[in-house]
Design a protein around this ligand. Structure first.
Ligand code: FA5
Length: 339
């Protein structure tokens, strides 16, 4: 029995088989247990001899089973380690990484530029009081110029801001002019009931700029806008200032950049005129200064509101503003800053 058991153990090659052998040889119904159970029928002389021998056989088989079990477990572990080993020299799987939206990239570039020129950045709320969006900007109720910015109203006195200009009034009200001039930009989203087309979206972005202090002139405005244009477009594209009208600036101008598509010849994108309008600007109207508690006899300033969506179109030759808002990854990943 002993030799047979040892042979079986030696020949078994998996853990389940080893367990079966253990049950068969050493279990309650196994031959060793039988022998031990039959001891009471033996004579007092035989009992210790048989008992001793049976115990020896049992211990020996038990040891052989243990040894076999641990050697099989070890082999299993080795095989597993072998199959799961990692080749650290293989190239890794690239991790998908997000990036700022192309319009945000333009805004970030502008913010960097203006911070470098000593401006502070003030972010306002997209839901604004009518008073700040219109009244404090010299646009009383029933003023015809309100039609220039068709508005989404939330209540009769609360609206989705149509421009970032309300931040002009808010910043002038709180600025301490005894400490120096106010120089700020305010980037953000604005909303208008415009009909969407290639160059208009009902939701778009603006970056407002405002400088108020002593001796601020129109030449400062022009110089600042030239720095912006050169920073974003280089000097290949031309910029022109055109007289315009805004209720909150006097005089007012609009700036156009050469159409990127036809380079001034006239095409469908620029509606035939060769230029794309990118910003409105002017010298802050004395009424606006007064309404925000600033003395127009002492202080003056310039303001501008530019459209980063249009800037992005011109910079990258995007023919339809609506492409920016459709979240098509094939379109958006073209502007990956990591290249
Ligand atoms: C304004 O909103 C004025 N608040 C700008 C301003 C600020 C003037 C400070 C004077 C002083 P306007 O409506 O022209 O002006 O818009 C400014 C810029 O926003 C435009 O030049 C254009 O680049 C962009 N813009 C206007 N409407 C849209 C639209 N529907 N879709 C995309 N961009 C637009």
């Amino acid at each position: 029995l002993r030799q047979q058991g040892l042979n079986e153990i030696a020949n078994s090659d998996d853990l389940k088989n080893v367990n079966d052998i253990r049950v068969k040889l050493l279990g309650k119904k196994g031959p060793i247990t039988n022998v031990l159970r039959g001891m009471r029928d033996l004579s007092a002389e035989e009992r210790p001899k048989v008992g001793k021998f049976a115990n020896e056989v049992r211990d020996e088989l038990q040891q052989a089973l243990e040894d076999k079990k641990s050697s099989l477990e070890q082999a299993l572990m080795n095989a597993k380690l072998q199959s799961e080993s990692i080749d650290v020299t293989l190239p890794g799987t690239p991790v998908a990484q997000g990036q700022p939206h192309v319009i945000q990239q333009i805004i970030d570039q502008l913010v960097d530029l203006f911070i470098g020129m000593g401006y502070e950045v003030a972010v306002g709320d997209e839901v604004e009081q009518e008073e700040y969006n219109f009244e404090k900007l010299n646009l009383p109720k029933d003023h015809p110029a309100r039609d220039m910015q068709d508005t989404f109203y939330i209540t009769p006195s609360v609206l989705m801001r149509t421009q970032t200009s309300p931040m002009q009034a808010r910043m002038m009200e709180t600025h301490d002019f005894s400490k120096g001039p106010l120089k700020m930009i305010s980037p953000g989203k604005v909303y208008r009931r415009d009909t969407d087309d290639a160059t208009h979206s009902h939701q778009f972005h603006q970056v407002e700029g405002l400088v108020v202090g002593e001796h601020v002139t129109m030449a400062d405005l022009k110089g600042t806008l030239e720095v912006v244009a050169q920073n974003l477009f280089g000097d290949q594209l031309k910029v022109r200032l055109r007289p315009s009208y805004f209720p909150f600036t006097e005089p007012s101008v609009e700036a156009d950049v050469t159409c990127f598509n036809c380079l001034g010849k006239g095409c469908a994108i620029c509606k035939g005129n060769g230029w794309i309008e990118v910003l409105g600007a002017g010298m802050v109207h004395p009424n606006v200064l007064k309404m925000s508690g600033v003395d127009p006899d002492v202080y003056g300033g310039f303001a501008f509101g530019l459209g980063p969506d249009r800037f992005a179109m011109i910079k990258y030759g995007v023919e339809d503003i609506r492409d920016f808002y459709q979240n098509d990854m094939r379109f958006l990943t073209q502007f990956d800053q990591k290249g």
